[in-house]
Design a protein around this ligand. Structure first.
Ligand code: 13P
Ligand code: 13P
Ligand code: MG
Ligand code: MG
Ligand code: MG
Length: 381
């Protein structure tokens, strides 16, 4: 069967400020997912949250970009929004940027990552396992560096030297500044590694959209690379991307995929979506309550049975002692960076500030600048 994995994620309200969705919101989403499984729309579903973003992880056979699946997710987020409104929660409906979009909801606010494959539990994939990453308080290119290291650098993924992967992977990279449509380039690792790096270094403009095996054409990863503020034209919260990554066998092993996150690399995001701060790996369902509003990322692992069911059990990758050390490292890096407050590299450049108000403040000041009258040179003695 052709099996689809879809992850659709949105921030539609949170309790006590932008920390986490309420349990009543999560229960409302759970009910809708249960109904969709019962009606046969979904084969299976799982929900979790990262900070105040709710992720719906689904298997189905409706195809990528299916309007039925997208409309289901939209309506489910509307149900959670209505709970958030009734309870007076912060940011109710925040990421639902369009009014009743028809069909596919890509570009309407929620983060969407989808991929599909022939699912038979034989041949290339005698077992099917995958991971879902979900980030909050961070920019759209937050996975650029970890994905490059896992799929293009044998220093992080020794598996790349094995026959099933030695031909490398094709990176589909999207230009998120193009508001006309999805503008994508395909570059092959390792041959084009320097070109890939030249694009991916710019986390705010270019993002990995998809990664495909050059050996067998199987899709390895899909990311929801899109810029919320480019869509809405004003501040709407950070982009908080989700990613699906298949692992084992013809793909990197889980440890090869998560090890780049040990860097706690600096990304755009954090408070007011306007700082440069380290990405902290956290367990599923972690609220954002630390000092600074650090960018966070969670990672859930699943296996899929022959019918496409997956949520009977899951692995919480960052819920492990090993990551405590990384969390401390992230916190130390955060304290260092924020010790210089608003100055220079600690905050995002002017064009990337998520709160338009920062720009309004500067624009108002710009109007008050006056050209200084040229000083006459002192008369020569
Ligand atoms: P297991 O022996 O637990 O399967 O682990 C093997 C391995 O290759 C780890 O990457
Ligand atoms: P959210 O995208 O989670 O709402 O966070 C936005 C923000 O600005 C944090 O300060
Ligand atoms: Mg929020
Ligand atoms: Mg959020
Ligand atoms: Mg957000």
């Amino acid at each position: 069967m052709r099996l689809n994995l879809s992850v659709i994620k949105a921030d539609v309200g949170s309790v006590g400020g932008h920390t986490k969705p309420s349990s009543r919101m999560m229960a409302a989403v759970e009910v809708e997912v249960g109904k969709a499984i019962a009606s046969g729309l979904l084969i299976d579903g799982f929900i979790c949250h990262t900070g105040d973003d709710i992720a719906i992880i689904m298997t189905h056979t409706r195809g990528e970009g299916s309007s039925e699946i997208h409309q289901f997710a939209w309506k489910t987020f509307l149900a959670a929004t209505s709970v958030a409104k009734t309870s007076g929660l912060y940011g109710a409906g925040q990421d639902l940027l369009a009014d009743a979009p028809s069909g596919n909801i890509r570009g309407a606010g929620p983060g969407v990552a989808e991929l599909s494959f022939e699912h038979s539990l034989s041949g290339l994939r005698p077992a099917e396992s995958f991971m879902v990453f979900a980030a909050d308080k961070c920019g759209p290119g937050a996975y650029n560096l970890p994905l490059y290291l896992a799929f293009a650098d044998p220093m992080y993924c020794a598996g790349l030297m094995l026959p099933p992967m030695i031909k490398g992977f094709r990176f589909h990279i999207i230009d998120m500044d193009n508001t006309v449509g999805d503008s994508v380039i395909e570059l092959d690792a390792p041959a084009d590694n320097y070109h890939i790096a030249a694009l991916l270094r710019d986390n705010e403009r270019f993002g990995v959209d998809r990664i495909v095996s050059r050996t067998n054409g199987e899709v390895a990863a899909a990311v929801s690379a899109q810029r919320l503020h480019a869509i809405a034209g004003k501040y709407t919260g950070k982009d908080d991307p989700v990613a699906i990554i298949r692992n084992q066998g013809i793909f990197p092993a889980p440890e090869e995929i998560v090890s780049p996150f040990a860097k706690a690399h600096f990304v755009g995001g954090d408070a007011r979506g306007s700082h440069v701060m380290p990405l902290m790996p956290v367990p599923l369902n972690t609220p954002v309550t630390g000092m600074y509003c650090l960018p966070i990322v969670s990672c859930a692992g699943f296996s899929v049975d022959k019918d496409g069911r997956f949520a009977e059990s899951y692995t919480d990758f960052f819920d492990n002692l090993a990551w405590d050390e990384v969390r401390r490292c992230a916190q130390r890096k955060a304290i260092e960076m924020r010790s210089q407050g608003w100055s220079g590299a600690a905050m995002l450049p002017y064009s990337e500030l998520e709160y338009g108000g920062f720009r309004d403040t500067v624009s108002a000041l710009l109007k008050r600048f006056r050209l200084r009258e040229e000083r006459k040179p002192e008369a020569a003695e």
